[in-house]
Design a protein around this ligand. Structure first.
Ligand SMILES: Nc1ncnc2c1ncn2[C@@H]1O[C@H](COP(=O)(O)OP(=O)(O)OP(=O)(O)O)[C@@H](O)[C@H]1O
Ligand SMILES: [Mg+2]
Length: 1003
């Protein structure tokens, strides 16, 4: 073997054949004779192997090692290997002077790496467990026996008879291994019957084809013979349709004649006819000449006009001796063939005279030339006979018959998606399988029933094997690789292409679809060659080209062909090509890299370049979040963390992890709310990493995020500590944003605690620095989740309102909303809307509050911003109560609002929303319930220190107490409220309570 063949991964069937007792032979024979015998034996093995499409990889002493499926795969390599083995085992060795020579043979199939491997001194060799297994099975086989492994049997099941040798303890295998002895070929089966008919799926779709066939059968029955050429790619369902025709359409009593072209008999004249006649006559090897001839005679009806000539013609064809009973034919071979064809047509006519005939010839793409000629004659002849002829062929078969009205080409198309899905459902037979898996199977199989059957069964099997309960689970999904039963046929489609296969492999790394440009940059080969190879791939039906606008693109016609090309590459080669694709994308296709960062991440990941993969996953996550694909975004970041988790630590990796956690925090903030546990976890993890790294500049944005989490959790001490850390770190920094952040966090915290004057100072200071520092606005927006100015203005607006400056408060909140709208971030806009609504509610402009809260609620629901749903609803209903509506649905809305706010883990504003419900209950005259709700609100307020609304809660309490005529209690509450409001400088609340007290006392 002198060719250099680069190593590939592929499924290979390995045959090892050895001489038995060659020691005895060597004692009996002279060494020179022995050498001749061994030489002849080797030659015989090599001839048989080659004739069956295999290659002899090595000869070690008396042993011959052969591969089937390399360098070219055939869809039936396992079958070929077994046929070759049987032929070698049946060899009569007396011709070489060694009548007592016996061989024993082992065959196994499996995934190997094969090629000129450096480990093997650049010789052609294969590495994989199939080799060891074949050797062990060979040792196990008794003289004359062919023993095969389970996988080999599975691939040729139905074609041969086997004897189960039971599980075998084999050296080097920890589990007992099944082994099968091949007894011989099963003669009475078509390929379809042998390989697939055992497990038929109920027929799916094909109504229109069935109707056409019904119509044609009616015509044929009426004496107007018809011929159909049914063509498609492998596995679309030609044989199945032929079977439907025979079983469902054609009447039971009609004659059916079946002929099969087979790949191993393509060079054997009239092979399909010979096989069919031998089967029909039921000739067995045990019959003697006379019995055989009698059987041939029985095939020829008395009605045949020229019976004395027909019988010897058929006998000759079947190699049956007729000379004793019939005169020799005495014709030239050419003449004899013509005569035979003539008689055969007569035979068809005689059969058809008895009853209409269905005649099926399967798989014309494997037809031998003589049969091909015969078919041409038949088509012409049957036009006036009650005969329907159905021919099946794959698309590569080119019919050379003349167009004719009674000849109907039908191109069978793959199934529609919904039929594929129906078929997968039927195959699962009640086993539950997730819809996503059904979708994936449908995606991969492209409507080809063959693929659907094998892939679904594979998935079910592996799911059943690992789950143990027969239920398909995720294990099945993970195992969605190429089924062994399809492996050889997929590879054979690629191998047929020679050098174009390399292009297919490179393309497979890019993906199922790829642009010409990207392939050209990746493949790095002369443009003309590349175009030529692509042309061949399209021509062979493996690729389809699609041109959209100016971009020339291609796609693998079948996902599984792509998978096969990809699987054929060594892992190292795959990784190197992925690295190349990623690099080309980043360097030469920056727009694609920007628009589809997850694609770039995928290639980096497959290239084992974790750092780049993570960086691009983060980009992808941000992009998904911008499109509000939060779930995608979170799973992308999760993937990034998973990649980092298994890497050795380094500063750079810690940095990457920090960025991932921080991004995750920001995304959870929008998706589940700042108050969500996930958001807190992500920011805390990020903060830990900041501390581990010492001086990460990201720390400010992390502190900010964490601050937002803690403030919504009403953890004010933590907020103050975080704000202090920010301010003290910021003092050492040039940049302003950390300063702003510190002030705002502190301002917000102080506001919630009810320390309004101090709050206002910090908020105004923060906003003042913000206005001075125009430059970094955009960067801030990205880093700080919510814009700082919008945040500051909202808290300031509330503070001002409480201080009695309602107009200034509304103005500030409106400015905040304008600013957010100008920036365009949906989450920040929602935030500003909600706070403006709160300002209106607290300030007493209920109509404006209702309108604004309704907008906020709608936006929050639409964008699924969890933070703003509950509270917006509570504000809206609180404002409705204010405007005199305290109907049942308003109260229900308040309860829903509280629930929504609680669900997201929010602690801040709990007393506020509960107070709104209490107010509604008071208005509805349900004083007792109101007292309870208010007591709860006050307890919460005491527990957390969130006291900005406490004075109002006390005022409501007074109203509730007054309802039950507890004037003293009411008065006490109002005095406490006035006292607290005064301390807080909450003039608005002070005035309201004072007013209420005046009215109470004067009543
Ligand atoms: N419409 C269908 N409904 C259910 N099963 C189908 C349908 N069509 C095909 N099948 C099944 O899919 C498998 C492949 O079909 P079939 O063998 O008929 O394909 P083919 O076109 O004859 O392929 P080849 O070219 O390899 O002979 C078979 O098991 C068959 O029973
Ligand atoms: Mg078929």
């Amino acid at each position: 073997m002198t060719d250099i063949r680069p190593a590939e991964r592929r499924q290979l069937t390995v045959m090892l054949c050895d001489m038995v007792a060659s020691t005895a032979l060597s004692l009996r024979l002279d060494p020179e004779e022995l050498a001749d015998v061994i030489q002849a034996y080797r030659q015989r093995c090599a001839d048989v192997v080659t004739a069956h499409g295999g290659i002899v990889a090595r000869q070690i002493g008396d042993a011959v090692l052969a591969y089937f499926g390399y360098p070219r795969a055939h869809e039936n390599d396992a079958e070929r290997a077994i046929r070759a083995a049987l032929a070698i085992a049946d060899t009569q060795w007396q011709a070489i002077g060694a009548a007592d020579l016996r061989v024993h043979i082992g065959i196994a199939t499996g995934l190997v790496v094969v090629g000129n491997l450096p480990q093997a001194g650049e010789e052609l060799s294969a590495i994989g467990s199939a080799l060891n297994l074949a050797a062990r099975l060979e040792a196990l086989a008794e003289p004359g026996m062919v023993v095969v492994a389970e996988q080999t049997r599975r691939l040729s099941r139905g074609l041969f008879e086997y004897r189960d040798l039971g599980p075998q303890e084999l050296k080097g295998f920890d589990q007992p291994v099944p082994a099968w002895q091949v007894i011989g070929e099963r003669r009475n089966r078509s390929r379809f019957h042998a390989l697939r008919a055992a497990e038929l799926t109920p027929l799916v779709d094909r109504q229109s084809e069935v109707e056409t066939l019904e119509r044609l059968w009616e015509d044929a029955r009426a004496g107007r013979g018809q011929a159909v050429l049914l063509s498609s790619e492998p596995g679309v369902g030609k044989s199945r349709l032929a079977q439907v025709l025979a079983k469902r359409i054609v009447d039971r009593r009609c004659l059916r004649l079946w002929y099969h072209c087979t790949p191993n008999l393509q060079g054997s004249p009239l092979a399909p006819l010979v096989r069919q006649l031998a089967l029909a006559a039921a000739i067995t090897p045990e019959d003697d000449d006379e019995a055989k001839l009698a059987k041939v005679e029985r095939l020829v009806p008395e009605a045949m006009p020229n019976r004395a000539e027909t019988v010897p013609l058929l006998a000759d064809l079947l190699s049956v001796r007729y000379q004793g009973r019939y005169p020799p034919l005495g014709m030239s071979l050419q003449r004899q063939k013509q005569q035979l064809f003539h008689e055969l047509m007569q035979l068809v006519a005689v059969y058809a005279a008895r009853s209409p005939v269905l005649l099926v010839v399967e798989d014309l793409h494997w037809i031998d030339p003589s049969s091909d000629e015969l078919v041409g004659i038949l088509i012409d002849r049957l036009r006036t006979l009650p005969v329907l002829a159905l021919f099946t062929a794959r698309t590569e078969f080119q019919a050379h018959w003349d167009a004719n009205a009674h000849l109907h080409p039908i191109a069978l198309a793959p199934l529609e998606r919904r039929d594929s899905i129906a078929m997968i459902g039927l195959l699962c037979e009640g086993k539950r399988i997730p819809a996503s898996m059904v979708d994936q199977i449908a995606d991969k199989t492209d409507g080809l029933p063959l693929f659907i059957e094998d892939l679904t069964r594979d998935v079910l099997e592996s799911a059943g094997a690992s789950a143990g309960d027969g239920d398909a689970t995720n294990a099945g999904l993970a195992a969605m690789t190429i089924p062994a039963t399809l492996n050889d046929s997929l590879m054979s489609r690629l191998d047929r292409l020679g050098s174009a296969k390399t292009v297919a492999e490179i393309a497979s790394v890019i993906g199922r679809e790829f642009s010409y440009e990207l392939l050209a940059r990746t493949a790095n080969m002369p443009e003309d060659d590349l175009r030529e190879e692509l042309y061949r791939l399209v021509d062979a039906g493996l690729l389809v080209s699609r041109r959209s606008s100016a971009v020339l693109g291609y796609a693998f016609k079948h996902a599984l062909v792509r998978d096969a090309a990809y699987a054929n590459l060594l892992r190292k080669k795959q990784a190197a090509l992925h690295a190349r694709v990623a690099q080309v994308l980043v360097e030469e296709f920056p727009e694609t890299a920007d628009e589809q960062p997850e694609l770039v991440a995928h290639h980096f990941q497959a290239a084992n370049d974790v750092d780049n993969a993570v960086a691009f996953l983060v980009k992808a996550a941000k992009l998904s979040a911008r499109r509000s694909g939060f779930a995608e975004s979170i799973s992308q970041l999760g993937a990034a963390l998973a990649l980092l988790a298994v890497q050795p630590k380094s500063r750079d990796r810690l940095r990457l992890a920090l960025i991932v956690h921080r991004t995750l925090g920001g995304i959870y903030a929008e998706y589940r709310g700042f108050s969500s546990a996930e958001c807190g976890r992500a920011y805390n993890a990020a903060l830990d990493l900041c501390r581990e790294l010492g001086d990460a500049p990201e720390i400010f944005s992390v502190l900010s995020g964490l601050g937002s989490f803690e403030i919504t959790r009403a953890a004010f001490a933590k907020c103050e500590a975080l704000a202090e850390e920010c301010l003290s770190r910021a003092a050492a920094q040039q940049a302003k944003p950390p300063f702003i952040m510190g002030h705002l966090l502190l301002g917000g915290t102080l506001f919630l605690k009810g320390e309004l004057a101090a709050a206002r100072e910090h908020l105004e200071e923060g906003l003042r620095i913000y206005e001075q520092d125009q430059t970094a606005r955009r960067a801030r927006q990205v880093l700080y989740v919510q814009d700082q100015k919008s945040t500051g203005l909202c808290y300031l607006a509330l503070s001002l309102t409480l201080m009695g400056r309602i107009d200034d408060g509304v103005r500030a909140a409106e400015e905040g909303l304008r600013h957010s709208r100008a920036l365009g971030g949906l989450h920040t806009i929602n935030f500003s809307l909600c706070y403006l609504a709160a300002v209106h509610l607290i300030g007493g402009n209920f109509a404006a509050a209702v309108a604004c809260a309704a907008q906020s609620l709608e936006a929050a629901r639409e964008q699924r911003f969890a933070t703003w749903v509950g509270i917006s609803e509570a504000i809206r209903c609180g404002a409705l109560v204010g405007s005199g509506d305290h109907g049942a649905d308003v109260l229900a809305g308040l309860t829903r609002g509280i629930e929504g706010h609680t669900e997201i883990g929010a602690v801040a504003y709990q007393p506020f929303v509960r107070a709104q419900l209490a107010k509604g209950l008071i208005e509805a005259g349900r004083g007792e319930e109101a007292v309870g709700a208010l007591a709860q609100a006050l307890t919460q307020s005491e527990a957390t220190g969130e006291r900005f609304y406490a004075a109002e809660i006390m005022r409501f309490q007074a109203e509730a107490l007054a309802l039950r005529n507890d004037v003293t209690g009411a008065e006490r509450s109002l005095r406490e409220a006035i006292e607290l409001a005064r301390r807080q400088k909450a003039q608005l609340f002070e005035l309201r309570s004072a007013d209420a007290l005046r009215r109470l006392v004067n009543a």
